[in-house]
Design a protein around this ligand. Sequence first.
Ligand SMILES: NC(=O)CCC(=O)C(=O)O
Length: 314
Amino acid sequence: MASSTTHAPVLKQPVKLACVQLAAGPDKTANLLHAADKVREAASAGAKIVVLPECFNSPYGCDHFPSYAETLLPSPPSRDQSPSFHALSAMARDNGVYLIGGSIPELATTTTTGPGESEVKKTYYNTSLTFSPTGELLTTHRKVHLFDIDIPGKFRFRESDVLSPGNKLTMVDLPEYGRVGIAICYDVRFPELAMIAARKGCFALIYPGAFNMTTGPLHWQLLARARAVDNQVYVALCSPARDMSAGYHAWGHSLVVDPMAQVLVEAEEKEAVVVAELDGNKIEEARKGIPLRDQRRFDVYPDVSQGKVNFEEP
Ligand SMILES: NC(=O)CCC(=O)C(=O)O
């Protein structure tokens, strides 16, 4: 069953990754300017991959999604349609970094024409935009698993009251480094996305997120470490800073975990930029020491990642 296959390195050279745990408020323009300062700070610390939090340009909450939503299509959108698109592109270009631009609420409109009348349908998504160091949009990810939970007496949230889910897995190739998988917050609870991305050669799984004060202490770090140890890859989770005056209290604790599930860096709840160096040798060491890849028993459980999966080949 076990064989000693030779595998190509999945991370071509060491790279510093930064999670910007941003303090955002209700003023979108101020949030974009502040994000630009913090991305500059991350780049000055040597980061070449910079991650922003979920809903980095607004407060997080169903009441806020429609009023902060931006239209991304046709691509590129105009500045009026999407100031965040243009701000993120400039942040990536000005600092020469790959920018996983957290997420923003997206508005997609479709017009249907019937006899004598036309109807405009509005659909909202929670969408992440990734830009290259020259400021080009590389990919978008619409949150696939919407955050609908109800823990009686403790915490209830229903993103699906306002948002619609995306329907594809997202990976992107960073030519100097390798491939990363991108998903958003609640998506981290679904190991299938992570497993497929890892089997398709990703060296890191990156999740802009915003856990809360009920599930954050229990599950945030656990899920990051679980996705890392299952797949022997780096995992980064990037949260907004906690704002006790906001309607939603984010857990914070942005972190980077290595392929042996060690936490390399972790913020507390306040604004912070945390930076970790990702090294391909650490992935190879983890995979050599605990050779899960060669020990898998696809004769017992067929490899779902070889089946039909909704993703665009990067
Ligand atoms: N924004 C989110 O998807 C939050 C997910 C979360 O808090 C969880 O417990 O899962």
